[in-house]
Ligand binder design. Sequence first.
Ligand code: HEM
Length: 233
Amino acid sequence: MSKGSFLSASIGRKFFMSITGLFLITFIIVHMSINLLLIFDDSGDLFNIAANFMATNPLIKVMEPVLALGFLVHIVWSVGITIQNMRARPVGYNKAIQSVNSTWASRNMFILGGLVLVFLGLHLFNFWWKIKIVGDPLLEHITVMQGGIPTEMENAYLLVSTLFKESIVYCLIYIAGGILLGLHVTHGFWSAFQTIGLNNQIWRKRFYVLANIIGWIFAIGFSVIPLYFMIKF
Ligand code: HEM
């Protein structure tokens, strides 16, 4: 198969979805771990130190455009695959027949991904847009002791915690975002390994279980943050 026909073939498209999806999962694991610092230190120092490290580390800076490209390819390819699937599927294809052998999440990946994208747009506007582009009075510089050295940095903790403390609606939106992402990953992670070819009977089951564990960890890990601020403050 030539390079061009591999890219346009269904398996080629799915391959790119899988690789970019697994890359995005790696980012999400790091992102969630740092965000969880929000609930382990009410002074905000731990979260601010981690956020400052992410903002200033040269390697992470290089990864930012790669991450954006990863999202873009994942999204554009998903539209391509969905259109292709719709064309290939016989007219009047019975959803009930599909549901016998598949999970709800696997049949609704495009919708779930679309909702995660809507959440992501709002989320980037809440934080990334203010931290990286327009600034915000809440981000005023503070001095944090880092390894005994006073270090100046933006107060990202105040920006994030204020949103959750002041708005139950945003808390609920972030809980929904975490759950939607978790559901998307429960099928996505497993399916990626199927596509790549690691799909013998034993590994199929293992990846299926692992995908569910990772999906649940994402759903709970992200939801617990707004929940903490809703309950405590
Ligand atoms: C409680 C939930 C979350 C919190 C508190 C949170 C916090 C943040 C903050 C503070 C930033 C700005 C970082 C910076 O520009 O320096 C950010 C960026 C970002 N978040 Fe989240 N996030 C949450 C959930 C999510 C979820 C569920 C996703 C994925 C769907 C996500 C994807 C991203 C992306 C792609 C960026 C831009 C890349 C970056 O700057 O690191 N976040 N998030």
